[in-house]
Design a protein around this ligand. Sequence first.
Ligand SMILES: NC(=O)c1ccc[n+]([C@@H]2O[C@H](COP(=O)([O-])OP(=O)(O)OC[C@H]3O[C@@H](n4cnc5c(N)ncnc54)[C@H](OP(=O)(O)O)[C@@H]3O)[C@@H](O)[C@H]2O)c1
Length: 254
Amino acid sequence: MSDASGDWKTVWITGASTGIGYALAQQISAPNMTVAVSARSKDKLAELESQSDGFVAYPVDVSDAKAVADSVDNIEQRHGPIDLAVLNAGTWSMISARDFDLETIRRGFEVNYMGVMNALHAVLPGMLARKKGHIAITASVAGYRGLPGAIAYSPTKAALINLAEILHAELSPQGITISLVNPGFVDTPMTQDNPFPMPQIITSKQAATRMLEGLKKQKFEINFPYRFTLMMKLLRILPDTVFFWLMRRLTGKK
Ligand SMILES: NC(=O)c1ccc[n+]([C@@H]2O[C@H](COP(=O)([O-])OP(=O)(O)OC[C@H]3O[C@@H](n4cnc5c(N)ncnc54)[C@H](OP(=O)(O)O)[C@@H]3O)[C@@H](O)[C@H]2O)c1
């Protein structure tokens, strides 16, 4: 299969200050390529910048539509059109419907879903005009079905999976490649305090390697690790009664 990375002169990664985005920035970086890295933590982005001239920091809160549009403008004016946008910034809070917290739920959507929308709003017109570009959206296997304890997260990722399907159907004929990244458990600051077992957890470097392989091949869905994500995918086709029985067992509520 062909390797698309030769076409990437300007890459933009959100959520690049830690975890998967940080590891991806390091692995994707190549001579004659600018990797524009975004997140809120200026200090961590500056540390990344200090590693190579290829990294340029564009600190931004992805939930701020105007700031995202300004960042994309600045990136494209300084470095040229964005060839690959990896919309990866995300936030996770473990809360259940019994401890309903509207602010946390709203924030989950503002960052995970509207953060991607804000970025699309900024990058899409240029890509459509050029009939060229690649957009990758990091969702999660937690979006395959509604998972207990994930009321502020699972629905945001389900929405992203649905969104990526729409974008693929509509934008592929326009020359724009869409990738949907669905990781299983990855050892990053996001998962460090999780109080539950995380089967088949992989490192952020392993996750970035799998992600980069999929991006180079211009795959639609990039999911890893394979066995765990396949098992999660099977939850989609389980009858509801079996799925809910399984969830009760997993959460100890038989
Ligand atoms: N780790 C897993 O097991 C796992 C599994 C499935 C999917 N994912 C997804 O993978 C993506 C990366 O997560 P990760 O595991 O690498 O976690 P992470 O290390 O916590 O990284 C999250 C990144 O998003 C950035 N971010 C958070 N809120 C932001 C905001 N409002 N504006 C801009 N940037 C923001 C963070 O930087 P700042 O705090 O500096 O802003 C950080 O760079 C997320 O979308 C996550 O949902 C992770």
